[in-house]
Design a protein around this ligand. Structure first.
Ligand SMILES: [Zn+2]
Length: 289
């Protein structure tokens, strides 16, 4: 969306890109992001990125702003902007709980909160990353015990590296794809090391661009996603979203992505002032861009 002329994960002359997933890519004369987001994005696209460290005051257009970790993947950021009449926090994709390969998220108070709602209905109640990790390792162990090769499917940017790191910590070698390794190499530049990538690895890790449907997975295969059969998610579930809102204490909430409509309705039922905002909406233009 565009707010006061500034693109928030939307293309505009002056834009902010929250993280390096392709559905958040933007173009613009100047794109503000973290250094990791710039490096990861440049694997797939060009563009002039102005790098901003977390918690450092800067100007975006005419307004003071700061980035805060969003906890969704390496380099993922929220942006806090002080507009003339109100302050605004845009979460991008966000996680309350700490993942091994993402910076720990931090939330601050703001008048207006624009929050993702990918999993914004109460049926999404994920295990904590620690619990999900235990399930993942139990699956790997039991599959190896049966003489099979555990095969994991995951988003190749972010989730795959999280799984790679978990398997490294637990001492498993991993055979994986060139694309996942390319991204992992950028993670290593930022201090997240992987000592377990091996062409003869015990575990196979694949991107899910061509996943099998969930119900056709073999017993030795696992689809790791909030939508998959192992819910190690790098998105907040409904209950994490509620915790974030309690921290930010906004007067106005805009829900975006996924279950935005349902989430806004639930929030209004709880007494919040919430509405939906479409990804391509211009908040003070009252039209789609
Ligand atoms: Zn994302």
């Amino acid at each position: 969306m565009i707010i006061e002329g500034i693109g928030l994960d939307s293309s505009a002359k002056v834009a902010f890109q929250s993280h390096a997933h392709t559905d958040h890519f933007v173009s613009g004369n100047i794109i503000f992001s973290t250094k990791a987001t710039k490096f990861l994005s440049h694997l797939k696209k060009g563009g002039f990125y102005k790098v901003v460290p977390f918690r450092k005051k800067f100007y975006i257009g005419d307004y003071k702003a700061k980035l805060y970790p969003a906890g969704h993947m390496l380099g993922s950021a929220q942006i806090y902007i002080e507009f003339d009449e109100f302050s605004l926090l845009y979460t991008g994709d966000v996680k309350w709980f700490k993942l091994r390969t993402a910076e720990k998220s931090r939330f601050r108070k703001a008048d207006v909160l624009v929050i993702e709602a990918t999993f914004g209905v109460p049926m999404y109640n994920f295990p904590s990353p620690k619990e999900a990790e235990k399930k993942l390792i139990a699956f790997v162990e039991s599959t190896l015990d049966r003489g099979k090769t555990p095969t994991l499917y995951a988003n190749q940017i972010g989730k795959a590296q999280e799984i790679l790191k978990i398997l490294d910590v637990h001492g498993y070698t991993v055979k994986t794809s060139r694309n996942i390794i390319k991204v992992a190499k950028i993670y290593e530049k930022f201090g997240i090391k992987f000592g377990n990538i091996d062409n003869n690895g015990e575990v196979v890790l694949r991107g899910f661009r061509t996943p099998k449907p969930r119900n056709s997975l073999s017993p030795h295969e696992l689809y790791v996603s909030g939508f998959g059969n192992l819910k190690l998610s790098n998105h907040a579930d409904f209950w994490e979203l509620m915790r974030i809102i309690e921290k930010v204490k906004p007067e106005k909430i805009y829900a975006v992505y996924g279950y935005a409509k349902e989430f806004a309705k639930i929030l209004n039922g709880f007494g919040y002032n919430a509405a939906v905002i479409e990804k391509d909406y211009c908040l003070y233009c009252h039209k789609n861009i």
